[in-house]
Design a protein around this ligand. Sequence first.
Ligand code: IVH
Length: 659
Amino acid sequence: MTKPQAKGRITKLRQEINHHRYLYHVKDTQEISDAALDSLKHELAQLEQQFPDLITPDSPTQRVGGKPLPELRQVQHAVPMLSLQDAFSDEELSQWETRNKKIVRAAYDYFIELKIDGVAMALMYEDGILIRAATRGDGRVGEDVTHNIKTIEAIPLRLNQPHPKRLEVRGEVYLLKQDFARLNKQRAKQGLKLFANPRNIAAGSIRQLDPAVAAERPLRFFAWEITAGAVLNTRTDEYDLLQKLGFPVPPDAKLCRDLEAVSRYLIKEDKQRNRRPFLVDGAVIKINDLNISQRLGVVGKAPRGSIAYKFAAEEATTIVEDIVVQVGRTGVLTPVAHLRPVSVAGTTVSRATLHNADEIKRKDVRIGDTVIIRKAGDIIPEVVRALPKLRPPRTKPFSMPSKCPICRSPVIKEPDGVAYRCTNRNCFPVQREKILHAVGSGGFDIDGLGDKIVEQLLQAGLIKDAPDVWQLTVGDLLPLERFADKSAQKLIDEISQHKIIPLARFLAALSIPQVGTVTAQDLAREFRSLDRIRDASVEKLAGVSGVGEKIAQATYDFFRDKTVQKIIQKYETAGIRITAPETDGALSSKTFLFTGSMSDMTRDEAKQRVTALGGKVASAAGQEVDYVVVGEDAGSKADKARKMGLTIITPQQFMKMIK
Ligand code: IVH
């Protein structure tokens, strides 16, 4: 990106981010998810890093914190409400450990708890009675929201005995996913604006002036810390005491001996987090020994003794580079967005379904748009929405093609008014066979791309033709049936190892009508490059031995077809390298005829070896044949060759020649 381009993009990103920050902090509402906003901030930060002189003091990257509601009373926190440093990988966790061990040389274990996606709250108790509840605010001064917090049933208004004289407990106010869905359903019925996520409801309800609103919302609470009133040695003791006093705590907390155990916990919880009834956005890893934690102190606004591990976000923003129309098994056309690759939920996403024409129209997704991509669990990635304010100038709304992008047959709109369909019933099966032929043993010979997988890839809109397979990523395969991390990686590796192909095989992979393996070899040997075959006249093509008038015409027409030209272009873009047959190979300018079966290799393999070594393969006995390889149960071809006085050799002699 050039500097003026970056400047334009930075300005737009700042406006968009500021708009969402304002909605969130001042209006208590949200139009896009935190993850999507984070993604925009990330893009901005990266651009500013690339062009540091474009950083301005008012850039959203240059500030932290939000504005308090002026109507709520302010509360000074006796112990500041800190935040946590984030980690996104095992590596970052081990760096955290290394840093800490340099400060405090001691052996310790970790207490790990689910990180609940809610709103932090400080609760003050005197003589066992809840006297005040405050939000975090800027960490030093929060807002008094006691009137609303008292409506939350999970928060004890009176502590269990025995309890300290004064106690401060901190924790997270949250909402169950099912309650969030129910509330939004109700609001939709009443024609009210929908909430973006459960945390958004929690935050909004807590900061209301009228407690009746909070009372109507099924808010819940998990306690995660005691900041005053108890002398404790470990996080485990703290967790136990909180429960004894009457507080709910995050479930399935665990004491882990080392970071390896922590890592196992994280993998397990990441997998099952979608099944939890509340939103979990990571885990908090805390040094269990509170004295060690204390000694480590604070850096910036975060204690060194704890760290927040964030699970990969399920949403991110990226740019639509193209919208490609896919033809499914039943002929239905599906638009697919091709994206600038982006990491979502731990995998790289480069394509996302746009479902159908109505959906694109409703979302008004255009080529060049910045979009929010969502990929939850095993779901195929989808485009959530476009961000029209980040749209470049001169974009066009998308429209469905009137001709099938594969077979050029007319496209009709279904009576249901949503789906578009190719009118050629054979379109999908023919395309599937073509792809299978190209990647199969006569073409690129890619292991693991069988009919089931090719069919799935076509169905999911991940490929449209054979060259598309080189654009596949592990992230594309993972949501499909039959794929796990290892098998997906294996197939991607296998595909990327098949980028070099002899010309004859490439011609076979193209599925030129009437051109079989032998003709492909004849053409390859004669012309020695794809360009020369492509540019050859019908006469020149027909001049090749073994190529008749009809085949020459079919080949000539084939290379004049726009779809074919596009496919060849796509192979080039994918980095496919076509190699010419050797002229000075061991069998150069020798012609072989095979008849009967051979014990050491199949006839096809033998033919391939001959061409690879620069020789030719004939299909019938003729004077141009140098050697006739006669195997077992040879038929009339062998007799004819003998009659013609051609040189006959055994398969064993042939094997010696090619060694
Ligand atoms: S311990 C110094 N434990 O996540 C703060 N926090 O990103 C110590 N959170 O500020 C926090 N679940 O609002 C802790 N089990 C948990 C938590 C948790 C959610 C929130 C909390 C904190 C933020 C850090």
